[in-house]
Design a protein around this ligand. Structure first.
Ligand SMILES: [Zn+2]
Length: 53
């Protein structure tokens, strides 16, 4: 059974209409784009190399 939720708004996502990005399913192209933007910004903030400590 297909059961996914949009990580942006938490809405149920239907298989037929889901937008898949980063292995996640989104309710709409808009939310997929928003998540992509957040991911890009988050990665940009990470220190180069991404080391710990
Ligand atoms: Zn959504």
């Amino acid at each position: 059974m297909f059961e996914k939720h949009c990580p942006v708004c938490g809405m149920d996502v239907k298989k037929e209409t889901a937008i898949k990005r980063f292995g996640k399913y989104f309710c709409s192209e808009e939310h997929a784009g928003r998540f992509t933007q957040q991911e890009t910004e988050r990665k940009a903030k990470e220190p180069r190399g991404g080391g710990c400590c």
